[in-house]
Design a protein around this ligand. Structure first.
Ligand code: DX5
Ligand code: ZN
Length: 209
């Protein structure tokens, strides 16, 4: 499977988002990971549809929206209208995962489910056939710059064995060293925030591939 690098906007300079997305695209990224946080599902608040649609005008990057929001069903249409290409919801954030996934798919965008570090892979067993991607959190969601939780590797490996054709994304604490481990375990979409934005964008993206 091809390896994709998805820089996370969370670590960009929020006072200069337009130039940040232009520069990250020039540096060779194909995806942009956008962390939408509501201050309820996670302790932090970030941005929503208006910021996403404002930067959408300046880039052709694939918008990979990671919703860390309670009852994300309420905002799926907003994310689609703002320019989402794929939408990830957390298994822990809704009582009706199957319904929410089908809602995402009804708009013709890719559907993905994220699993917190403590969530077992069995929660996606009955919906996997609907999914384009599964996101394994390798930190507890809410903040950039946290340390990679190595137990995520075992989860990635099991998911890859069960679902050879689904994209497996890993998010949290990815750098040149942990990227290698995650790829070996079977991840093919790597999110990286503080690592990519903390140095030369092009060189850091290359080092993750
Ligand atoms: C954390 C977010 C991540 C975050 C990753 O809740 O989901 O996407 O930006 O940041 P790093 O790569 O710095 O761990
Ligand atoms: Zn994320």
């Amino acid at each position: 499977m091809n390896i994709h690098i998805a820089p996370s906007l969370l670590s960009a300079d929020f006072s200069d988002l337009k130039n940040e997305v232009i520069n990250i695209e020039k540096a060779g990224a194909t995806h942009l990971h956008l962390d939408v946080m509501d201050g309820a599902f996670v302790p932090n608040i970030t941005f929503g549809k208006d910021v996403i649609s404002a930067i959408r005008k300046h880039t052709k990057l694939i918008f990979d929206i990671h919703m860390m929001v309670e009852n994300p069903e309420r905002y799926i249409k907003d994310m689609v209208d703002a320019g989402a290409n794929s939408i990830t919801i957390h298994a822990e954030s809704t009582k009706h995962l199957d319904r929410a996934i089908n809602l995402i798919k009804s708009y013709g965008v890719k559907a993905c489910v994220a699993l917190n570090p403590a969530t077992p892979i069995s929660v996606v067993e009955n919906v996997a056939y609907l999914l384009d991607m599964i996101l394994v959190m390798s930190v507890n969601p809410g903040f950039g710059g946290q340390k990679f939780i190595p137990q995520a590797l075992d989860k990635i490996q099991k998911l890859r064995e069960l679902y050879p054709d689904i994209d497996i994304e890993v998010d949290g604490g990815i750098n040149d060293k942990t990227a290698k481990l995650a790829k070996t375990a079977g991840a093919n979409v790597l999110v990286a925030g503080s690592y990519v934005f903390g140095g030369d964008y092009k060189q850091r993206i290359e080092s993750l591939k």
